[in-house]
Design a binder for this molecule. Structure first.
Ligand code: GLU
Length: 441
């Protein structure tokens, strides 16, 4: 079967690799330019040496792989994937693996760079990395997805390791993906290596609280931001873009705090009810299913673009990057934006919204809960000693609150916006580590 498939010059077109279903707005903004612009802003505040600025503006390593997978019908399809390590001055590189049809090397590099600042802002001993495969997982069977995962991790395995670079889930991947990664690397080593990947199922050395960690951190950040703005989280009207792991957990936890979630969306589009949506029911019965949350009847349907412009107190973009741009920033009515996604606001939007007095809790702070609990998982795996969920959540909340306060203080002392303040802290920590270590040789 494999022989026959390999003999065929072209893959069958029934499952086109580049098929693109409806999804979040796709823009032509180069997010790597965006990430570099954000770094340049912080570099000015820090009066960063130009050579050092250049070190930080570039990834230390980019590995692009093209790998074959024998599909269920016997045909071979070739996929492109990449792993980018941005900086390792403060420790092993850390960051998720994304499966999405729109990924490319530049975006993955930007995401790796954001991981570096994120780990530094919350002061955990990691550098940043990101991996991705250009694939629409909806077009694959579970078996195909497993084979793709095992082959991809084998091909990038030369730069991945529990002491060098530790992947985790991101858009399009989950605990099962991490289990396959852990098993593949363990099979190749000849012994079980739980610390090589985080976000694993609990029974394989995953941490209690990891699944909810990013959403939990977003809600802690939202609470701290409300305190700072003199707003109350209880009674606040909340809009959430994206109903994957981050958006759905954030929606559920913010509802537990007494807020009303009036609109949510997934890749197919959004639903809106000014009286509030039953978040738990949406999570249980609609999320991740064929028709998605739009199957829920008691709500008005709207597009992802319109959802962002709804009147609300708190907007949580928890989908993809570059959703709030120079084009739609003027129509945003939220008082507070908490970035569950990586890079949802472009620098142009940032500028306009912060001039208008909208507080934006930046991704490198707001969504850092995921990697914080990934760090806890890694520590538990290395020690083979596991913590109770309560302990995980307490430690996570403490780090999030402490980091929020540090960023807020920096924002006030430098009279700048929150993103620049977070960058001032994060970039400085990475720059200081680089200077202390010196440039080898
Ligand atoms: N993919 C997540 C992020 O963007 C988590 C990364 C990790 O836990 O290593 O923060």
């Amino acid at each position: 079967m494999i022989k026959g498939a390999l003999a065929r010059p072209h893959p069958a077109p029934e499952k086109p690799l580049l098929h693109q279903p409806a999804r979040f707005m796709s823009t032509h903004i180069n997010v790597l330019d965006m990430a570099r612009q954000q770094l340049a802003t912080a570099a000015k505040y820090l009066d960063l040496d130009e050579g050092l600025h250049q070190v930080l503006a570039h990834p230390i390593r980019q590995l692009v792989v093209h790998f074959p997978v024998v599909m269920d019908n016997g045909e071979v399809q070739v996929f492109q994937g990449q792993r980018v390590q941005h900086n390792s001055s403060r420790g092993p590189t850390k960051g998720g693996i994304r499966y999405h049809p729109d990924v490319d090397l530049d975006e993955t590099t930007a995401l790796a760079m954001w991981m570096t600042w994120k780990c530094a802002v919350v002061n955990i001993p990691y550098g940043g990395a990101k991996g991705s495969v250009k694939v629409d997982t909806k077009m694959l069977s579970k078996r195909e997805l497993e084979k793709l995962t095992r082959r991809f991790i084998s091909d990038i395995g030369i730069i991945v390791g529990e002491r060098s670079d530790i992947p985790a889930p991101d858009v399009g991947t989950n605990a099962q993906t991490m289990a396959w990664i852990m098993d593949t690397i363990s099979m190749q080593k000849g012994y079980t290596v739980p610390g090589v990947v985080t976000g694993k199922p609990i029974e394989l050395g995953g941490s209690e609280g990891r699944v909810e960690a990013t959403g939990r951190g977003v809600v802690v950040s939202a609470g701290e931001a409300c305190n700072s703005l003199g707003m109350s989280l209880a009674g606040a009207q909340v809009v959430v873009q994206g109903f994957g792991n981050v958006g759905s957990v954030a929606a559920e936890l913010i509802e537990n705090e007494g807020a009303t979630v009036i609109a949510v969306s997934d890749a197919q589009g959004g639903i809106y009810n000014p009286k509030g949506l039953p978040v738990k029911e949406l999570c249980k019965k609609y999320a991740g299913r064929e028709g998605g949350i739009r199957e829920f009847k008691d709500a008005e349907k709207l597009s992802n673009a319109d959802l962002l412009e709804l009147k609300c107190d708190i907007l949580i973009p928890a989908a993809l990057s570059a959703q709030i741009t120079g084009d739609n920033a003027k129509k945003i009515k939220a008082k507070l934006i908490v970035e569950g996604a990586n890079g949802p606001c472009t620098p142009e939007a940032d500028q306009y919204l912060s001039d208008k007095g909208v507080m934006i809790v930046p991704d490198v702070l707001a969504n850092a809960g995921g990697v914080v609990v990934s760090y806890f998982e890694w520590v538990q795996d290395l020690q083979n000693f596991f913590w109770a969920e309560e302990e995980v959540n307490q430690k996570l909340t403490r780090i999030m609150k402490h980091s929020f306060a540090a960023v807020e203080n920096t924002m006030r002392s430098h009279k700048t916006d929150m993103r620049t303040a977070a960058y001032i802290i994060g970039v400085k920590r990475v720059a200081d580590a680089t200077i202390r270590r010196g440039i080898y040789p």
